[in-house]
Design a protein around this ligand. Structure first.
Ligand SMILES: NC(=O)c1ccc[n+]([C@@H]2O[C@H](COP(=O)([O-])OP(=O)(O)OC[C@H]3O[C@@H](n4cnc5c(N)ncnc54)[C@H](OP(=O)(O)O)[C@@H]3O)[C@@H](O)[C@H]2O)c1
Length: 211
């Protein structure tokens, strides 16, 4: 097998930085609505299209960075968002049984009753986004070769300036106010740092704390 990487969702915040980290490697990458030069359009809710691109590219690794990561949106439309956030991974797993499947999860798999968690602590999601991440992790772990990356509060270069940090900066620079939760603590992560994710020796799974 080649060492080709199929990066699904290369136009997103995480996807863009994963793509940069893979520069020089044999990478095929996809985008959805925001075209990325050199990329292939793909809607992950289109199972036939997923099968097609995997059959054509025969990747050794599939990195799934495409998602609908909006917590409120998942609550409002659990079924629609599950098709993107969970079922797409199931289709990829079936279409590429020999490839390593890399997925992005979140601290939302936990209930937040403790200040810090270990990666093997029991999950207890409080909302639909968290439940979808737990389902995504279970799906990935049922795949022979997988990597689960739990990231949180990702910030960094973002042409659309839609991540939390840019929204905060833009709103405050414009003299506005910004409502933030007062009961939430997390460990923000530069999207560039996600490039440095390493697997714990002996573990098929890597989660959280990559920098
Ligand atoms: N950012 C964070 O702080 C954070 C924290 C924890 C976990 N994560 C996880 O990291 C992963 C990447 O998040 P992100 O921050 O990079 O999100 P993002 O910037 O919103 O990127 C998500 C990408 O998925 C694409 N997408 C959405 N629907 C799609 C569909 N039906 N078919 C194909 N592509 C589709 C979007 O394309 P269009 O916009 O063109 O539709 C977008 O390019 C997600 O799994 C997220 O849950 C992120």
């Amino acid at each position: 097998m080649s060492d080709r990487v199929l990066l699904v969702g290369a136009a997103g915040l995480v996807g863009r930085h994963v793509r940069a980290a893979l520069a020089g490697r044999d990478v095929v990458f996809t985008y959805h609505r925001d075209a990325v030069e050199g990329g292939v359009p793909l809607d992950v809710t289109d199972a036939a299209a997923i099968h097609r691109i995997i059959a054509e590219t025969r990747p050794a690794i599939v990195v799934l960075a495409a998602a609908d990561p909006y917590v409120e949106g998942c609550e409002r439309d659990p079924q629609g968002t599950r098709r993107i956030n969970v079922e797409a991974a199931s289709v990829i797993r079936g279409a590429a049984p020999d490839a390593t499947l890399v997925v992005f999860s979140s601290e939302y798999v936990f209930d937040g009753t403790r200040l810090a968690y270990r990666e093997d602590d029991a999950v207890a999601p409080l909302n639909e986004y968290g439940r979808q991440k737990v389902a995504l992790e279970e799906l990935a772990r049922s795949h022979a070769r997988h990597l689960v990356l739990r990231v949180s509060g990702v910030f960094g270069e973002d042409p659309r300036r839609k991540n939390f940090v840019w929204q905060l900066v833009d709103r405050l620079r414009a003299g506005g106010t910004f409502d933030v939760p007062s009961d939430q603590m997390n460990r923000p992560r530069s999207s560039a740092c996600s490039r440095g994710a390493r697997r714990r020796p002996g573990s098929p799974t890597r989660s959280s704390s990559v920098c």
